[in-house]
Design a protein around this ligand. Structure first.
Ligand code: MG
Length: 256
């Protein structure tokens, strides 16, 4: 199933997408319960498909990206959190902060949590996963490197495009993942190259903190990360999940 969050005339609702028709839902986590309302997709604004209370992100989880930055292979997942205010949907603008001189894209597979999840094992993790979507872990690389830890560089408002939809019933183990900058391919890998796989990540994270419905896990980015400028169109495409498109705007005179 392909599920999303939409708005029309300032009214916000969830829906199940079938072709170009959106069947309105009362609750995205119970998509089998449908309302009688339906909409043409092109009459709607697409919003982020969920509103996570937190996005738990994994750094350094593709071998090629680790080599790119000269890091050692981590013995356990390296985690950080992006706050809820970073989340935007497909078509929204990524705002370039005035305090950064280098803002990078990072294409990532995002896992959406279905139900409260605490201390689960990798073998039961699938029961807690609602579906998958595309994410862009936008990063102020200069601030990340300057600070020595990642909070500021990862947490600017608009730094987490998510979407366009949540796809359930898809195996995340071997999906092509690509990033296009102004139509030119910059990242091109497969989720089969993840060092720590999705079930392991759910188990590892849920041992530390409770995950709630709608929370997301960003699984890391492959090699090829690079900078964006104001006006750029950045698109994350994952096999079976669609294409997440966002444009960058703001701060062309950095530090002004
Ligand atoms: Mg990342």
């Amino acid at each position: 199933m392909k599920l999303g969050r939409f708005s029309s005339n300032e009214r916000v609702f969830y829906g199940r997408l079938e072709g170009d028709t959106v069947f309105e839902l009362a609750d995205i986590f119970n998509p089998e319960i449908q309302t009688e309302k339906r909409h043409a997709l092109n009459s709607l604004t697409i919003l982020s498909p969920c509103q996570p209370g937190k996005a738990v992100c994994v750094g350094l989880n593709y071998m090629d990206h680790i080599k790119e930055f000269g890091h050692d292979i981590p013995s356990s997942p390296v985690l950080f959190i992006k706050p809820s205010g970073t989340v935007i949907g497909c078509g929204d603008f990524i705002e370039y902060p005035r305090s950064s001189r280098r803002v990078d894209y990072e294409a990532e597979l995002a896992v959406v949590i279905k139900k409260e999840c605490r201390g689960v094992s990798a073998s039961t993790a699938a029961d807690y996963i609602f579906g998958y979507t595309c994410a862009n872990d936008v990063t102020a690389r200069d601030l990340q490197q300057k600070d020595g830890q990642w909070t500021r560089g990862k947490s600017f408002d608009t730094f987490l495009p998510l979407g366009p939809y949540i796809v359930t019933d898809i195996d995340p183990g071997k999906l092509d993942i690509k990033l296009y900058l102004n139509g030119v391919i910059k990242q091109n890998s497969s989720t089969s190259n993840l060092i720590f796989k999705v079930p392991e990540l759910v188990a590892f994270i849920s041992e530390i903190m409770t995950l709630f419905p709608g929370d997301v896990i960003l699984t890391g980015t492959p090699s090829g990360v690079g900078p964006m400028c104001s006006g750029d169109l950045v698109e994350v495409e994952i096999q079976g999940l669609g294409r997440l498109s966002n444009r960058v705007r703001g701060a062309t005179e950095i530090g002004a």
